[in-house]
Design a binder for this molecule. Structure first.
Ligand code: COA
Length: 148
């Protein structure tokens, strides 16, 4: 069977309409995040991972800032539980390793902590509120590619 989805690293310039559509569906309509908070002005500085279905539909995304902060991880509801989120996160971690970053961080929604823990992320500090939802800071130390 051919792969049901593919992951592509894109700039905001190249991926904006598709990235916007996923984040509007997941963060704004599903989770109630305001436009002001969602569009924080960092997207143009980030690298983005975009998941496309075999028919070319945008089904998930995530981003990493130049200083190694992963965020905006979103998979459309009908595609969840099929490893799309895992593949997006792996692509962003690969990108960070290729940039010789040794540590990445995420401000994770508390409900999603188990997802990130599967990749070795460790939670630190207290729970805090962001966009009306409880979050916790998490971090992961990356091994250089050549000793993995
Ligand atoms: C979080 C999210 C990106 C995960 O994407 P996904 O494609 O469903 O994840 P995967 O299928 O790759 O899941 C990998 C594993 O993590 C687990 N997992 C995924 N999301 C989870 C969650 N919210 N809570 C607990 N476990 C979760 C899966 O059950 C799976 O476990 P397994 O390896 O034992 O089978 C997706 O659920 C989503 O978009 N949620 C809404 C937006 C959101 O919460 N984003 C995160 C903000 S920090």
């Amino acid at each position: 069977m051919s792969n049901p989805f593919t992951i592509h690293l894109v700039t905001w310039h190249d991926g904006e309409p598709l990235l916007r559509a996923i984040r509007e569906a997941v963060f704004m309509r599903e989770q109630g995040v305001t436009a002001e908070l969602e569009w924080d002005g960092l997207d143009e500085t980030c690298h983005h991972a975009l998941a496309l279905s075999a028919t070319g539909d945008a089904i998930g995304c995530g981003r990493i800032t130049p200083d190694g902060h992963i965020g905006r991880m979103a998979v459309l509801p009908e595609w969840r539980g099929k490893k799309v989120g895992s593949a997006i996160l792996e692509a962003l971690l690969d990108y960070a390793r290729n940039q010789h970053q040794t540590r990445v961080e995420i401000s994770a929604q508390v409900q999603a902590l188990p997802f990130y823990q599967k990749f070795g992320f460790e939670a630190e500090g207290k729970v805090f509120q962001d966009a009306g939802m409880p979050h916790r800071k998490m971090s992961l130390h990356l091994l250089p590619r050549d000793i993995q």
